[in-house]
Design a protein around this ligand. Structure first.
Ligand code: KIV
Ligand code: ZN
Length: 527
């Protein structure tokens, strides 16, 4: 149940509000964005959390894209308790069959098939005439319906599609058996009023529109994804496609936590309800940030570090008098609880677990033990352990849990008298190896040692360091992005020693890249 105390403004009673289907595509559209790839285990972990949180439909991946995608969609389908599990497929019949194969294990499986309908996409991308596209819509939906009862059809680039043609395609898709019709704003081009009118027109003009649920899918190129999604509901849509933290192609998708909390908080003007347990939003945000290594901007709505922070004296004064002076929802309603626990080297396991809970983390026994060991180690080296330090060490543990390459030790000789030298010990697939390497500076020497131990040819796209907190003993948080054959992965790591953090981040990125390489499907052109 969501916490309705979050909404200070009276709205319609929950039972009178229209139920909106929350379709999460973090594992498909989200994972598709450069650098946000997740491992098999990470995808299972995210899917389990989404399922528990009350997401209605989890789009688990694009089964034809890679063997890894296929396997993760199939395993998520097997494990899902409540959510419908969807797989994406192009209009090609073998795509649809592969998708059906992956979702068949689910209690409720959905095939989501899409085809471009805008003039620019039909002409340049598909190189097909409108009548050919229409035929493909019918053929693909019919094929999908032969496999499952729950079929979603998307008119890719729907918002730049000529309205008569869009209506014809939608009518044909419903006639062929589509039960959900998605009109995506693929390039993030539309505006709220325009998108609302689009749904009204399509729903009014398509004679069989009452036989399908209409869906919004908005990209954030103009920063309008959430506003457009809500406008689509006003136009008659009842499914929102969104992602945790708004990750996705280019500028991303509508953020799940934002659409859910907008509906929750402004039920007076948005008379809808979702099935999401809003108290799990922070946890979901942290998990997705940890496994993708995509940081959440500090001022991000709902889940940003500053979302409930009050800095100015006037605001703090107001908050002390009455929290509703400057808070339109409570931190507790999104899973952040206030804590007075100060953590240090004398803190015990129970206090640490409690602290994690208040920060929105819930770890399994092994992950908790591992995080606690690393916390103790950090507390020995650092006077004060801030929430940010704990966040960094837990995220790092989640991201590195299934690594094949592990850092055992590193020592670096640096200073004015070069060349700098790094001696490194790694465990690679259970085998311990040591190497010494020189470099143009200590970071270069460290990375050269990794290259000597695990020979590889990848491009270092990004190397960034920032301090997690203040002070000279602050942890350094290092982000590394590696690219290979157009596929990018990002990894983050934190440690009081910048070089250890650098090595750790590079190794995690390398692990992710190895995983990606192994699961790529050489036959597939999708991706
Ligand atoms: O943005 C888009 O159009 C998509 C479709 C595949 C639904 O992601
Ligand atoms: Zn999309």
């Amino acid at each position: 149940m969501t916490d309705t105390s979050a909404a200070p403004v009276a709205g319609k009673p929950v039972s009178d509000r229209d139920r909106v289907i929350i379709f999460d595509t973090t594992l498909r559209d989200g994972e598709q964005c450069p650098g946000a790839s997740m491992t098999f285990e990470e995808k299972l972990e995210v899917a389990a959390l989404l399922d528990e949180m009350g997401v209605d439909v989890i789009e688990a991946g694009f089964p034809i894209a890679s063997i890894g995608d296929f396997e993760s969609v199939a395993e998520i389908a097997r494990r899902a308790k409540n959510a419908t599990i969807a797989g994406l497929s192009r209009a090609a019949l073998n795509d649809i069959d592969r998708c059906a194969e992956a979702v068949k294990h689910a209690k409720r499986g959905r095939i989501h098939t899409f085809l471009s309908t805008s003039p620019v996409h039909m002409k340049y991308k598909l190189q097909k005439q409108p009548h050919e596209v229409l035929e493909m819509v019918v053929a693909s939906v019919t094929r999908a319906r032969n496999h499952v009862e729950d079929v979603e059809w998307s008119a890719e680039d729907g918002t730049r599609t000529e309205i008569d043609f869009l209506c014809r395609c939608v009518e044909a898709a419903i006639k062929a058996g589509a039960t959900t019709i998605n009109i995506p704003d693929t390039v993030g081009y539309t505006t709220p009023a325009e998108y609302e009118a689009l749904f009204r027109t399509v729903i009014e003009r398509v004679p069989n529109s009452d036989k399908a649920v209409f869906s919004v899918h908005c990209h954030d190129d103009l920063g309008l994804a959430v506003a457009n999604s809500l406008a689509g509901l006003a136009g008659g849509a009842r499914q929102i496609e969104c992602t945790v933290n708004g990750i996705g192609e280019r500028a991303g998708n509508a953020a799940l936590e934002e659409v859910v909390m907008a509906i929750e908080t402004r039920s007076d003007v948005l008379p809808y309800r979702s099935g999401i347990n809003t108290r799990m939003l922070t946890r979901a945000s942290k998990l997705v940030s940890a496994v993708t290594s995509f940081p959440v901007q500090y001022n991000k709505a709902i889940v940003g570090r500053n979302a409930f922070a009050h800095e100015s004296g006037i605001h703090q004064d107001g908050m002390l008098k009455h929290t509703q002076t400057y808070e339109i929802m409570t931190p507790e309603s999104v899973g952040v609880s206030k804590t007075s626990l100060v953590m240090g080297k004398h803190s015990g396991r129970a206090a640490f677990r409690d602290k994690l809970k208040t920060m929105g983390y819930e770890l399994g026994e092994n992950a908790l033990n591992d995080a606690f060991t690393r916390f103790k180690d950090l507390a020995d080296r650092k006077k004060v352990v801030y929430d940010e330090d704990i966040e960094a060490l837990v995220d790092q543990g989640i991201a590195a849990a299934h690594d094949r390459i592990k850092l055992i030790s590193l020592s670096v000789i640096a200073g004015t008298r070069g060349p700098q030298r790094a001696t490194m010990k790694l465990e690679v697939d259970g085998q311990v190896k040591t190497e010494e390497a020189e470099g143009n500076g200590p970071v270069d020497a460290t990375f050269n040692a990794i290259k000597a131990l695990v020979p590889h040819q990848v491009k270092l796209d990004l190397y960034q360091v920032h301090a997690v907190t203040e002070g000279t003993d602050a942890q350094a948080e290092v982000s590394v992005r590696l690219e290979e054959n157009g596929k990018a992965v990002t990894a983050r790591s934190a440690d009081p020693d910048t070089l250890v953090a650098s090595a750790q981040a590079y190794i995690t990125a390398l692990n992710k890249l190895q995983m990606k390489r192994q699961t790529m499907n050489p036959q597939s052109a999708a991706g």
